[in-house]
Design a protein around this ligand. Structure first.
Ligand SMILES: C[S@@+](CC[C@H](N)C(=O)[O-])C[C@H]1O[C@@H](n2cnc3c(N)ncnc32)[C@H](O)[C@@H]1O
Length: 250
């Protein structure tokens, strides 16, 4: 049964006027409880904490992510696990600064606390119908097949409890020829002290429930291929794999 029919505070859809096909995915109660516990921080604390995680666990920078994800947006774009929208807000500003064309954005996340931040940040864009936000599980999307030209999964593949289901769904909802950009947290690499710091942060993240697991590069690439994608580029940067995958054109 869809959560929106059962939960007491199920104000789940944040789109201005969601089209019929964008009704909530059915999120089951056990998953929801786990999420609410893991992502119970206010958006500002999430952002501050995220900055530390980005620096010491991913060993990446915001600007690198902004450029990587900012280039992979076109037409009707799906921003998976958009979180509080801080990174995506920077991406949109970067695109405006670069003079890149506007896209029709659909963003989703399953943590209500995170979406609260995105809802606040994109109030104007939602009102203008440029951005739609909704609560959904990456593993059970309610969009029709082939409905997006591009998709990003920023900092979230390694947070998905069922990564294979999420990749299959991503493949399904992309149009043939559509590209997905994702960064995937790898097991810590590099010199001993940095590796140890990253390992401790990861262990804390897994205890807290905000990190499912880091991956080995070969493992995640095999899963991406198994979902049907072809890999366009795969660069390792710090402890993250920056991967661009394409749904083969028919
Ligand atoms: C580390 S945050 C990244 C958020 C944002 N993309 C960013 O880069 O700032 C991971 C996000 O993944 C979301 N998430 C985890 N599993 C999910 C799932 N199965 N479906 C939808 N969102 C999920 C969490 O709620 C969280 O907001």
């Amino acid at each position: 049964m869809p959560l929106s029919e059962t939960a007491p505070n199920a104000n789940l859809v944040h789109a201005a006027v969601p089209p019929a096909q964008m009704k909530d995915a059915a999120l089951d109660r056990a998953v929801l409880e786990k999420i609410d516990k893991a992502y119970d921080s206010p958006p500002w604390w999430y952002d501050l904490r995220g900055f530390g995680i980005l620096t010491f666990s991913y060993r990446s920078t915001l600007m690198r992510q902004v450029r990587f994800f900012g280039r992979n947006i076109q037409g009707r774009h799906l921003e998976s696990a958009i979180g509080s929208g801080t990174l995506f807000g920077m991406i949109l500003r970067w695109r405006r600064w670069k003079g890149l064309p506007k896209a029709q954005i659909v963003g989703f996340d399953y943590a209500d606390a995170m979406l609260a931040g995105a809802r606040k940040r994109f109030t104007g864009e939602v009102r203008k119908g440029e951005v739609q936000l909704l609560r959904a599980d990456a593993g059970k999307l309610d969009f029709p097949d082939a409905s997006f030209d591009s998709a990003n999964i920023a900092n979230a593949v390694h947070c998905f409890p069922d990564v294979d289901a999420a990749l299959r769904e991503l493949f399904r909802v992309l149009k043939p020829g559509g590209q997905a950009a994702m960064n995937v947290l790898l097991y810590p690499r590099g010199i001993a002290p940095l590796r140890a710091i990253a390992a401790r942060i990861n262990a804390w993240g897994m205890r807290k429930g905000i990190l499912e697991t880091p991956y080995a590069q070969a493992d995640i690439e095999a899963r991406v291929r198994a979902a049907g994608f072809e890999i366009v580029s795969n660069e390792v940067s710090g402890n993250a794999l920056m991967l661009v995958a394409r749904k083969p054109a028919r």
